[in-house]
Design a protein around this ligand. Sequence first.
Ligand SMILES: *Cc1c(COP(=O)(O)O)cnc(C)c1O
Length: 413
Amino acid sequence: MSGSGIGDDEREVPVVAHAQQPGPGGTGDLPDIAFNVPAVVGRELDYVQEAVLGGHLSSGGEFARRAAEILAADTGSPEVLMTTSCTAALELSAMLMDLQEGDTVIVPSFTFTSTGLAYARQGAGLLFCDIERRTLGLDPEHLSTLLDEHVRAVVVVHYAGVACDVEAIREVLAEWPEVRLVEDNAHGLFGTWRGEPLGSLGRYATLSFHETKNFTCGEGGALVLNDARDVDRARVLYDKGTNRHAFMLGQVDKYTWKDTGSSFGLSDVLAAYLLAQLEQREAVQAVRRRIHDHYEAALSPHGDELGFEVMRVPEEREPAHHMYYVLLSDHGRRNDVLELMRKSGVQATFHYQPLHTSDAGRAFAVRATQCPVAEDVSGRLLRLPFHNTLTDGDLDRVVAAFLEAGAATAPAR
Ligand SMILES: *Cc1c(COP(=O)(O)O)cnc(C)c1O
């Protein structure tokens, strides 16, 4: 491939690549192509040093303020609270809703455990909703059959950074005005739907800065508040149930215990690392867009012949390029292709096991639901290496390894 990949000369992000390990299945002298490499892309190390020498290491520091400012500007939100993880941000949203015994939260079956866990541990029962094939996001039709007077919230995920069917989901929820829409936007930061930023569409949105995400500080997250009515109480819950924030602003002369809460704040050492990553957002997203385009151009012509589908990006969506996935024709082939790719030194991988079939999912569900698309997709989905330090040569090796494995396992025609 030429032109659409990332050559060393045209690389837009000045990265410090971490040493790549020759894998056990590696091909002699070529190192394995890792699935994810958390690269340094800007001034991370300078900022961390500044944070440490500046003496403010805890939450509520200047770096966190600047990171939150970037995120709030992107979504137009009245407040963004920097948290220790996306899981913590989801938990904070659950506390804000005062979930009670008997309340239900609807979550997709095809997502990470935290999407459901955060609400279950706050006392809600879960209802697992299937996904639709077009976006792998929540299926509005299934959703419409699950709503009842116990449901307090519906959580959506913009899988791979591609917006779910927001319009149809809003139509379903129009009949249930008390039900809150939450975006678990761990994949979707800087993606859009009809020009609107992902993370600006729900009452709350959560972000992840875990090592595996587009922008990282190791472990970190944020709660995006899109309704100004939530801001004051959220700040109290965020600060161990105290009105410390109002005290810092000089609005009260001492701070005391006011409400429930926890220790949700992101250390400023980590916020410093994150701010440097966020400052490079345009360059990072441009690199990721080109990886996506490279895979799509190289793979889609072979789909029919070799029995796979490349990921789709339906119209009116600018994806956040969190990952690139393909769907093999069946589960056995997906596993065989993964195995063959690993033998050629390319670390492709599968993804979520449907939550409605897991032990904890069954235990937390208010009743069993059918999610056949989640089960089918989970068995056939394969994710290709996707990170900011992939070179043109790496992408060509990934494509070649995938096509060879696809040909070796192709169904007889
Ligand atoms: C990564 C991820 C999470 C968890 O993020 P943490 O920051 O590790 O808590 C939650 N939901 C989704 C969809 C994710 O991809």
